[in-house]
Ligand binder design. Structure first.
Ligand SMILES: [Cu+2]
Length: 123
């Protein structure tokens, strides 16, 4: 009987250990995370309007269709360089609602100043 108890305790400890390892395994994306692909080209972002929900993790997958561009979303302290041929991923959790402007912060030619878009965060 004593042996059975020891076995049960050992089995349950092992079980819980495995559970915690599964939960904390690195690289596992939260199930509600959403990936939004944004392409940059002279002189626009597509889509130019991104709608997300407050509190839901977002991955922006930034790609360039032509040359070096930048991505800056100051209110969420996000910025990235976007180079052709390589997707740049930015993860964040929108923690406030509102309409925020993102823009290209790498000079890319005559229409650079107009290269922007908006992020709408809703409840
Ligand atoms: Cu630019």
């Amino acid at each position: 009987m004593k042996n059975v108890m020891i076995f049960l305790i050992a089995a349950s400890v092992g079980y819980f250990h495995e559970e915690s390892v599964l939960r904390s395994s690195p690289g596992r994306a939260p199930s509600n995370e959403q990936t939004i692909r944004v392409s940059a080209s002279t002189f626009e972002f597509k889509p130019s309007e991104i709608r997300v929900k407050k509190g839901v993790p977002v991955v922006l997958e930034l790609i360039s269709e032509d040359r070096h561009h930048g991505f800056k979303l100051a209110e969420f302290h996000l910025r990235a360089d976007i180079q052709p041929g390589a997707a740049e991923k930015i993860r964040f959790i929108p923690d406030k609602t509102g309409t925020f402007t993102f823009f290209c912060d790498v000079f890319c030619g005559g229409g650079h100043e107009d290269m922007s878009g908006i992020l709408k965060v809703v409840e």
